[in-house]
Write a protein that binds this ligand. Structure first.
Ligand code: GCW
Length: 712
């Protein structure tokens, strides 16, 4: 029996539809690049008319990746074969190429704007070429084309109208990085999605197929760099045997526009003789010191940089955690952070490498209040760093807590480009067990007005360089990725990887918009379901704040593990590793007094913020216990007392999780069954654990308030 091509295609289409049906299993591996057939029949019909074939000019590996992506993507989405072609002979051609390669479009398209897009930006435009209807995806470089191709697919995945399309998109931030806290032995510090993706023992001979899938996923978002190893760095990463492995990864990532960076241990130049047992001071060299002013040390780093660039010509640079949590650093030799950073920057400068020097430092001698320490150490150094040094700070002044005010250092380093470090892995937000969509939190930080140069001095403007006219700009996200089949442990944690990448590319996108895209690309395009799921996601972070640390509470988690509550935690090697140091509960009230009569951390903010935070009546209640020690009977805006409000917040947090579980249960049979079950199981655990947080904290604080728990 002879079966015609059309029938075969129809069968393929039906199979794809069946595969898409909720009864079938999705293990999450494909992330947001599932390319299931467009579910809206009318839109599908229109897309099929609008798209007939693909033409990608260029022969590089990147161009081949673009061809494969568009072909697979469009075949899947349209449920028909969309062939590659090299000639313009019919309507519906998708033309992809840089201006140089696309002479034929120069006349027909408005390409002026393209030049203004710079590196990595792209343009998508529909129109006519030689009388045929076409869509062009163009850019000034091939990585821009790749980003444009992914964006074009995203438009169809989210069922956007392609008629008369004109999109120009440009990266606002130059370095858009993931930071992996992956150890060389395969463990991931604060990782909750399995072991490290990097199989160091297999590299460079064996190249796991997952490396290119990882690069592809990042490229689909515009992430253009990755720091492969933990900031608590093992110096071995700089040994030639490891550099060969790193070079192999760099080779896989390069066609996707991703550069590799490494975290380094500041004492790397010292010899094993000088290791201090059970400390993080260790090296691979033959020197007795790592003093940044020592000429031999400086030469050691120059030689090392030269060696690295022989292996990896486009190596991005170093990320450094120094004099923090036991990591060695320049202060061990009475030198400053600037001395240390500048030595490394000098070694990298002839290769266009950068140093990202972390400001996560909290030396107890600097100030009694941990929240003030980074600012006090770094502000005096502004202007002393070499031009290829970034200072990298976490969003908040303490750590990655569910809620903090912004790290005030961001407004106070006008002469030093700063990278913002966000944390995707949910160290303090329920690991990969809790459903917490982080984009609303990141937007809260990005939109935080620091008033550094009057109103409108948002953190976003510091990070994108526009406020202080930084010559280089960067953002970093501590990855939530491991070798779990679904990459992130929790299916919904994929949304945080997605959202981070999208915001790094364009911080003006809203959390709502990003959730909308992600749901449509990863789960369903049915409008009512999209709305329901989006609503769950959008409130999930506030709920987490409420059931863990409402009203400005912070750092009251169980020690080490950082998952459950530990408000009574009082014994640790350092005071600032306990919980009682932060919440300061006593019979008079609750909270850390950081006003002018307390630690005076408020003075690190610009006016009018410092006055606003300083006054208990004007301090936003979400930060109240961060800045004030508040009497239990203090009357809040709601009319409730502090104690009642605390109870109310804890109960509303757990109530929200119960609500998420109820809502999710209604989706049974309407979304993929495996994802449904996976999320159902985790929500059950989240319901239980949120209540443990609530009850442990309220019972503990009740010892001080001596008041009845209300809201039960
Ligand atoms: O919050 C702490 C984490 C450490 C981490 C450190 C840091 C990599 O608990 O695990 O170490 O922050 O950011 O350096």
């Amino acid at each position: 029996m002879k079966i015609s091509g059309k029938i075969i295609l129809f069968i393929i289409f039906i199979c794809q539809c069946i595969h898409h049906s909720p009864a079938f299993s999705d293990d999450g591996y494909e992330l947001w690049m599932k390319y299931h057939p467009v579910s809206d029949a009318l839109k599908l019909k229109t897309y099929r008319q609008q798209i007939s074939s693909i033409m990608v000019s260029g022969t590089s590996e990147t161009c081949q990746i673009i061809r494969d992506e568009l072909k697979n993507g469009l075949n899947g989405l349209l449920g028909k074969k969309v062939p590659l072609t090299t000639s313009l002979s019919r309507n519906g051609l998708i033309i992809v190429g840089t201006l140089e390669n696309l002479n034929m479009i120069k006349k027909s398209f408005d390409t002026k704007q393209l030049l203004a897009l710079g590196k990595e930006g792209f343009l998508i435009q529909s129109g006519k070429v030689a009388g045929y209807r076409c869509t062009i995806i163009s850019a000034n470089d091939e990585i821009g084309l790749l980003y444009g191709a992914f964006h074009f697919l995203r438009l169809i995945q989210t069922q956007t109208d392609l008629d008369k399309i004109f999109i120009i998109s440009k990266s606002i931030i130059q370095y858009r990085l993931l930071n992996h806290w992956d150890n060389l032995d395969g463990r991931v510090e604060r990782g909750y999605a399995g072991r490290s993706l990097w199989k160091w023992n297999e590299l460079p001979e064996k190249v796991d197929g997952r490396y290119s899938d990882y690069a592809r996923a990042n490229a689909s978002l515009g992430i253009n760099g990755t720091v492969l190893n933990n900031v608590n760095a093992n110096p071995d990463i700089l040994k030639p045997e490891y550099l060969k492995k790193v070079a192999k990864l760099a080779e896989v990532f390069r066609p996707y526009g991703i550069r590799v960076f490494l975290s380094i241990n500041f004492s790397s130049p010292i010899s094993a003789k000088f290791h201090i047992e059970r400390s993080r001071r260790a090296g691979i060299g033959d020197l007795s010191t790592s003093d940044p002013m020592n000429p031999e040390v400086r030469q050691w780093w120059k030689d090392k940089a030269a060696e690295i660039y022989r292996f990896i010509p486009d190596f991005g640079g170093f990320l450094v955690k120094a004099n923090s949590e036991g990591m060695p650093g320049p202060q061990d030799y009475n030198r400053t952070h600037a001395d240390g950073a500048n030595m490394l920057a000098e070694a990298l400068s002839s290769y266009s490498g950068v140093v990202m020097w972390r400001a996560f430092v909290y030396n107890a001698d600097t100030d009694l209040d941990r929240a003030k320490r980074a600012y006090k150490e770094f502000v005096p150094l502004d202007g002393q760093f070499r031009p290829n040094v970034f200072v990298q700070a976490k969003n908040g002044p303490v750590d990655f807590q569910p809620r903090e005010p912004v790290q005030p250092l961001f407004g106070a380093m006008p002469k030093t480009p700063m990278t913002l470090e966000l944390q995707l892995t949910q160290e303090y937000l329920g690991h990969s067990t809790h459903l917490v969509y982080l984009a609303p939190m990141w937007k809260e930080y990005l939109e935080f007005d620091l008033y550094a140069k009057g109103p409108g001095s948002t953190l976003a403007k510091v990070v994108d360089g526009s406020l202080f006219d930084y010559k280089m700009t960067g953002i970093a996200g501590v990855a939530n990725i491991g070798d779990d089949r679904n990459w992130c442990g929790h299916f919904f944690a994929q949304a945080n990887w997605y959202a981070y990448g999208r915001l790094a590319w364009d911080h003006t996108l809203s959390a709502d918009q990003i959730a909308n895209e992600w749901i449509r690309m990863s789960l369903t395009n049915e409008d009512s379901l999209v709305l329901t799921i989006k609503k769950m996601m959008m409130g999930s972070r506030e709920a987490c704040v409420n059931y863990m640390t409402p009203l400005g509470l912070h750092h009251i988690m169980q020690p080490d593990f950082h998952y459950g509550p530990g408000p009574d935690h009082a014994n640790a090697p350092r005071l600032d590793w306990t919980s009682v140091y932060y919440h300061r509960a006593d019979s008079t009230g609750l909270g850390f007094d950081r006003t002018t009569s307390g630690s005076n951390a408020v003075s690190q903010y610009f006016s009018p913020l410092r006055e606003e935070f300083n006054d208990i009546y004007t301090c936003p209640e979400k930060y109240l216990l961060w800045f004030h020690h508040v009497p239990w009977n203090y009357v809040m805006h709601s009319g409730r007392t502090l104690w009642q409000e605390l109870c109310y917040k804890y109960y509303s947090g757990t109530g929200y999780v119960d609500q998420m579980a109820t809502t999710w249960a209604l989706l049974k049979g309407r979304i993929d069954s495996q994802i449904f079950q996976h999320v159902t199981d985790r929500l059950k655990k989240q319901q239980k654990d949120a209540k443990i947080w609530r009850d442990t904290c309220l019972n503990y604080f009740q010892r001080f308030s001596q008041m009845e728990i209300v809201g039960k």
